[in-house]
Design a protein around this ligand. Structure first.
Ligand SMILES: [Cu+2]
Length: 159
């Protein structure tokens, strides 16, 4: 009944050889996947997002040598984005922020653009609440306004 067993006499040896072969294969170090350098992924992250530094976008239109708003209000220390739309063909305008109407000390001076054109300025609002001054540097007599920095909500409880 078992006379045919001799046919499989070498089976354990074959199995052993197979196991050894498998062990050798799996023992080979797998190729290590090195993560790409962070330089590329970093550029997609928001740079320097300060805690509590909220972002405020101001749309400002310059037309007929006037700003459409004469008062801008932002929280202290916020990131301010001013989108200036210059609708005056062939006329230069910009947005500039100063400590006071005397315009002796500048806080931010935006690039001058010739209309019709638009530009986006980004700067940080002063940390000290108060009334500052903005204007178009090309038309400092007529294109002016109050830039009001309000107390930041996160620092209100400290006083
Ligand atoms: Cu102007």
């Amino acid at each position: 009944m078992w006379k045919n067993c001799s046919r499989y006499r070498n089976f354990p040896a074959l199995l052993l050889a197979l196991v050894i072969a498998l062990a050798v294969v799996t023992a080979c170090p797998e190729p290590v996947v090195t993560p790409a350098p962070d330089s590329e992924s970093n550029s997609e992250q928001t740079p320097d997002s300060r805690p509590g530094g909220e972002e405020v976008t101001i749309e400002l239109v310059a037309e007929n040598n006037e700003f459409d708003v004469q008062e801008i209000s932002v929280p202290a220390g916020s990131k301010v984005v001013v989108e200036l739309q210059n609708n005056d063909r062939g006329i230069r305008h910009n947005f500039a922020l100063y400590e006071s109407p005397g315009a002796e000390q500048s806080i931010f001076i935006g690039e001058i653009i010739t209309g019709p054109d638009s530009i986006t300025y980004e700067f940080e609002a002063p940390d000290a609440p108060g009334t500052y001054f903005f204007r178009c540097d090309v038309h400092p007599a007529t294109m002016t306004g109050d830039f009001i920095v309000t107390e930041n909500e996160e620092t209100q409880g400290e006083s």
